[in-house]
Design a protein around this ligand. Sequence first.
Ligand code: PMP
Length: 309
Amino acid sequence: MEIKLPKFCFLEDKFVPWEEAKVPVSTHALHYGTAVFAGLRGYWNADENQLYVFRIRDHFERLHKSVRIIFIELKYSVDELIDITKELLKKNEFKCDVYIRPLAFKSVGPKVVGMDITEIPSSFLMFALGFGEYLPLAGGLHVCTSTWRRIPDVAIPARGKISGTYVNSCLAKSEAVYSGFNDAIFLTEDGYVSEGSAMNLFMVRDNTLITTPVYADILEGIVRRTILSIAEDLGIPTEVRPIQRSELYVCDEAFFCGTGVQLAPITKVDHREVRDTDLPLTKKIQKEFFATVRGKNKKYKHWLAPVYE
Ligand code: PMP
């Protein structure tokens, strides 16, 4: 994964040089994961000399929903967050694909040791990195079913994109990598397929594109929603329904999707190859998706926010 570090970060209302962006060691979020984050991508369009941020409003609307879940105050409106993001990208003079990380977190207060977060002030930072692939997009992934279960909504809601929840993801992903797989698929507590370690999941059966429902303890992914719209526009039948683990062993095609992973084909699940290794439907959707995010698809240009005026 190629990463290009930024010159500036946004922290506490200011743009500060990257090396000087620091938080105190007593930051509550550092100890207890009391933060929520977003992950956005910006795509460089060389023909238009333009950087397009994908579905920026949807990401910040979700961030606003997330902070409500864990009592974090986010003092910037969605419009202000959009302006800060554009300003940050301009200040860093990015002319490449980028990954943007906003983080709203519980900072330092009178009760830093303890679980009562009601009096701990909230803080906000955002940075962006020059960023390439998170997982390989060509060649196909070999994934396993994790021995870890997806943390249920009644423990920590996955829809909240809450930092602490991601220990669950790190356990699954690291176990998969140590065992020689590219990534992992979580099952819910009752044994249905949930999602990947930090991405949503689709499979194809009999020319129908199927993904797991929100009640399978998934993050309500923005790319997942995008794929469902694109597929419908392409006339591909879609279903959102519970998926059993063994369905993944007999499916025709499968892929992960999400902002980081983009749209990455899966060719093997637990050592079983998907049935159609040519991945015709996945490739069709992948092509449309990448044309869309890079601003080469007029139809979906309303999803893109240009950075350079
Ligand atoms: N599930 C999890 C757990 C995630 O962290 C993410 C984001 N990387 C996704 C799914 C995909 O969400 P989105 O399409 O909004 O990036």
